[in-house]
Design a protein around this ligand. Structure first.
Ligand code: GLU
Length: 439
């Protein structure tokens, strides 16, 4: 649904029964939060507790030791690596690997579950997985990162493969890290480009993969604006995070005529209520490594950025940034979750209650894994797609997923998150039932 369609639906409100949990971040771990949304859907779909528990919990988890001798040949570090397979009923496990000092078992588990729902929602033939290493990639040299990545790949080797589990980039990882993973895996398995996605184009990566998540966010934002009665042309947009996802979302939305009034990264934020020049900002970031001190902009910190008055707020950085303590101050008509789980369940219920349209992560940021599917397909067929084809298929997939969510939300009188979970959980549960739940 694009172009001249009338705003069809105002904000969709959850039923009264959809109550906020008592606890917020302090009492709810990321996996408990992901499970909370799952349970809402499972209840409405009337799944039995046994089936719900199969679908809620991960199928397999691996944790490995990753000792690293630094380049100085003296300092010795020891990291922990994780890979969680959540559900594989619909196809090989699929999901990114994050390098972040706070990466931990519970968060990786939550993110793996979100991948199962995300791949099902956009209807691509994958299950859900996630991985992580609790390192700070910005504190390691390129050689150290390479050795760490190769070691991790060797240690999770038995559970990955083009038809088993296909890692991809996530927070703190990139195409180079995928190249090292592919190379290490190929040492024993032979050339296997399909073992990872998000590779450099020179090694079988897909054209358009780099921009795909941000592009998907822009396609979904446009559709959400129609539903919320917000005119995208001239709309004021605030984006938290200017990494791969945030910067491409900013570019595409700017090209669509929206005004990006504030963006941020780990070093701080910038604000220009007349609208930032995104092309010039990208050059500034390429030169300086950060958005801060961009000419003509005002300084703003990450907390204030989130509560800046705007039409559309796009958290595109880390999880749990909108919680009970700041949700009341959020001043946006639409929130598009470009990051994974940026809103806690309690804050989510409050935003719904206030009539803010929240587009859930499993829909909003699914462009990345969708393009990963295209990359994997190209690797298996050994046939490269043009950028036009990638973009066309990506847009079509995202629009179809949004439509599915819109229809389900209207039919069940629920918000978009619950609608998205209901569609995804139903699909995974059907596939699982056909496989007799792996019994
Ligand atoms: N890390 C991305 C996500 O959270 C992409 C995963 C993938 O392409 O497998 O969706």
């Amino acid at each position: 649904m694009t172009g001249n369609t009338q705003p069809s639906q105002p904000i969709l409100r959850p039923r009264e029964a959809f109550k906020a949990p008592e606890t917020d971040i302090a009492g709810l771990t990321p996996f408990a939060a992901a499970s909370y949304f799952f349970d809402q859907a499972a209840e409405r779909l009337e799944l039995s507790e046994a089936v719900a528990s199969v679908l809620r919990t991960p199928y397999r988890e691996i944790r490995v030791q990753l000792p690293l001798l630094r380049d100085d040949n003296n300092t010795f570090l020891n990291f922990t690596g994780y890979r969680v397979h959540h559900n594989g009923a619909r196809g090989p496990y699929k999901g990114g690997i994050r390098y972040h000092p706070e990466a931990n078992e519970d968060e990786v588990r939550a993110l793996a579950a979100l991948m199962s729902w995300k791949t099902a929602l956009v209807d691509i033939p994958f299950g859900g997985a996630k991985g992580g290493i609790n390192c700070d990639p910005f504190q390691l040299t390129s050689g150290e990162l390479r050795r760490l990545t190769r070691d991790f790949t060797r240690k999770i080797r038995p559970i990955i493969g083009p038809y088993r589990d296909i890692p991809a980039p996530d927070v703190g990882t990139n195409a180079q890290i995928m190249a090292w993973m592919m190379d290490e895996y190929g040492r024993s398995a032979g050339h296997s480009p399909g073992v990872v996605t998000g590779k450099p184009v020179d090694l079988g990566g897909s054209l358009g993969r780099n921009e795909a998540t941000g592009r998907g966010v822009s396609v979904i934002t446009k559709l959400a604006c129609e539903d919320a009665g917000v005119r995208l042309k001239g709309a004021r947009i605030v984006i938290q995070g200017f990494g791969n996802v945030g910067s491409f979302a900013a570019k595409f939305l700017h090209d669509m005529g929206a005004k990006i009034i504030a963006v941020s990264d780990v070093r701080g934020g910038i604000l220009d209520s007349t609208g930032l020049d995104i092309a010039a900002l990208q050059e500034h970031v390429a030169d300086t490594g950060s958005v801060v001190e961009f000419i003509g902009s005002q300084e703003i910190n990450n907390e204030d950025l989130l509560i800046t008055s705007c039409d559309i707020l796009i958290p595109a950085a880390l999880g749990e940034v909108i919680r009970a303590h700041n949700v009341e101050a959020i001043d946006a008509k639409v929130v598009v979750e470009a990051a994974n789980h940026p809103i806690t369940p309690k804050a989510d219920a409050i935003l719904s209650e206030r009539g803010v349209l929240v587009v859930p992560d499993i829909l909003a940021n699914a462009g990345g894994v969708t393009c990963s599917y295209f990359e994997w397909t190209q690797n298996i067929q050994q046939f490269r797609w043009s950028l036009e084809r990638v973009r066309e298929e990506l847009d079509r997939t995202m629009i179809k997923a949004y439509e599915d969510v819109r229809v389900m939300a209207a039919k069940e009188s629920v918000n978009q998150r619950l609608a998205a979970f209901m569609i995804a959980v139903e699909r995974v549960s059907r596939a699982s039932r056909l496989r007799s739940y792996g019994e």
